[in-house]
Design a protein around this ligand. Structure first.
Ligand code: FE
Ligand code: ZN
Length: 466
């Protein structure tokens, strides 16, 4: 160990200021010859020694003007304090209005919607085709097995029937309450029911071309560490940490459930090795501090974390952060971050529970498919009032907008990797072996995986530390 004061003095002696990250790095390395190397190589006009002057460090090349936290990480939304208090009834209607306007607007770019009221009033739509765009108020199955929904826009509500014998019925079967869809079809003769011919979702456009970084850069995506649980895998984590030490990774993203929490499910006490929530975060903070300090860590919460369960979930509060290093950025769940311009939408993934419960054939083993369903709807969580608690703010923060290059989730503890219309969908698995609950549910997790993402090629690589 080199102590911080003597490092600072060494540089000051040569009239150089030094960035705290450099001090931290050097004191960790404890190698005085590194200081000589830096002093030997530093350009004569430099005033501050920054991390890019450390030999072998990946240089920071982007201009920093549009970035908030540092030159390479931009939190587009979901930074600390952006989510407000819990909803009033007024917020609730604004929330849905915002969702309808945004997603309806996307659909309107692809079809000309007619207000539902106008369709109901004008008898010509009993002969002529019309398109309507609305939010799904209710979903049910008719006695004959057709799918019936109530579709609502700002002017009215209309029951819509999707015939089970029609092409495309499998998509209609997956309609979820509160998603926004467009429907092309005809009004029935008595003018009370709309027969659907086709269904349009806000979906990712076919033409979507993901952005790739101009400079080299690598990120690692993980989730669900569950520190504090007796099934957390410390040896696997150590292998991962050792690998990071020698890697050229610049970013580590964690999509929630980093600790196991307390009081999350009945009887959890008996499965905790760290029963105190502060101690769990301190342990996690120590684990993060042990990682190379040049790695930017971005940490969002999940349903096991200490914050409220309703989404968007706020950041881990200050009082739990005392052991975390400065290179850790706390974000909300969900959060949209850009790494060298590459957009990553981080979402813990609780809504997968709702999708598995309501979409036929959906399973936890195929989380990638569920992420595709999110992308098609441009919604991280569609349905209000199910298992995923949603805090209705003035804006719907569960929209997938803008389109990310990467959608990063966790929660289900099963690694999933797919690409959907240029959006790379990564469910990052877990660092916890099978829990008693998962055993009961017959769920086999895939622990100790990390996804290495090359920001220039957007090619993912699964690393197995189990
Ligand atoms: Fe989890
Ligand atoms: Zn979870």
């Amino acid at each position: 160990m080199l102590d911080a004061a003597s490092i600072v003095r060494r540089f000051l002696d040569t009239k150089l200021q030094v960035h705290p990250d450099v001090v931290r790095y050097l004191s960790e390395k404890g190698d005085p010859s590194l200081i000589d190397q830096i002093l030997g190589d530093i350009p004569p006009d430099a005033v501050v020694v920054s991390p890019r002057h450390i030999p072998g460090m990946v240089p920071t090349v982007r201009d920093g003007a549009r970035f908030l936290t540092d030159p390479q990480v931009e939190v587009v939304w979901g930074s600390a304090g952006s989510t407000g208090g819990v909803s009033s009834l007024e917020n609730y209607s604004r929330f849905f209005r915002h969702r309808y306007d945004t997603l309806g607007g996307i659909i309107r770019g692809r079809m000309n919607g007619i207000p539902i009221e106008a369709v109901l009033k004008n008898s010509r739509y009993r002969q002529e085709e019309a398109s309507i765009i609305g939010m799904v108020a209710e979903v049910r199955t008719s006695a004959k097995g057709h799918r019936m929904i109530d579709l609502e826009d700002t002017t009215g509500t209309i029951p819509v029937l999707f015939n089970k014998n029609r092409e495309g019925f499998s998509e209609a079967e997956k309609i979820l309450p509160d998603e926004v869809i467009g429907v092309r079809g005809k009004l029935s003769q008595e003018g009370k029911l709309f027969f659907a011919e086709s269904l349009v979702r806000p979906d990712i456009p076919n033409s979507n071309a993901p952005f790739t970084s101009h400079e080299p850069g690598k990120a690692v995506l993980i989730s669900d560490i569950h520190v504090g649980s007796n099934t957390f895998l410390p040896e696997a984590w150590e292998r991962f940490a050792a690998w990071l030490e020698g890697s050229d990774v610049s970013y580590l993203l964690i999509a929630g459930d980093a600790v196991d929490g307390i009081g999350i499910y009945p009887g959890q006490e008996s499965e905790l090795v760290i029963p105190n929530i502060f101690d769990q975060y301190d342990m996690l903070g120590d684990m993060m501090s042990a990682l190379p300090s040049h790695i930017r860590i971005i940490l969002g919460p999940g349903n096991h974390d200490v914050v409220r369960g309703a989404e968007p979930q706020p950041c881990i509060p200050e009082q739990f952060r005392s052991h975390f290093p400065h290179n850790c950025t706390f974000v909300e769940n969900p959060a949209f971050v850009r790494l060298q311009g590459v957009g990553v939408l981080m979402y813990h993934g609780r809504s997968i529970d709702d999708m598995v419960a309501s979409i036929q054939g959906a399973s936890y083993e195929r989380a990638g498919d569920m992420m595709e369903e999110m992308a098609k709807r441009r919604l991280l969580a569609a349905s209000y009032g199910k298992r995923t608690p949603i805090a209705a703010h003035e804006q719907d923060r569960l929209l997938i907008d803008p389109i990310p290059e990467v959608l990063h989730t966790g929660h289900v503890h099963v690694m999933g990797l797919t690409s959907y219309r240029g959006v790379l969908c990564i469910n990052a698995g877990t660092w916890q072996s099978q829990t008693a609950f998962q055993k009961q549910m017959n769920l086999v997790p895939t622990p100790a995986r990390a996804v290495l993402l090359d920001l220039q090629t957007l090619r993912p690589e699964v690393l197995d530390f189990s």
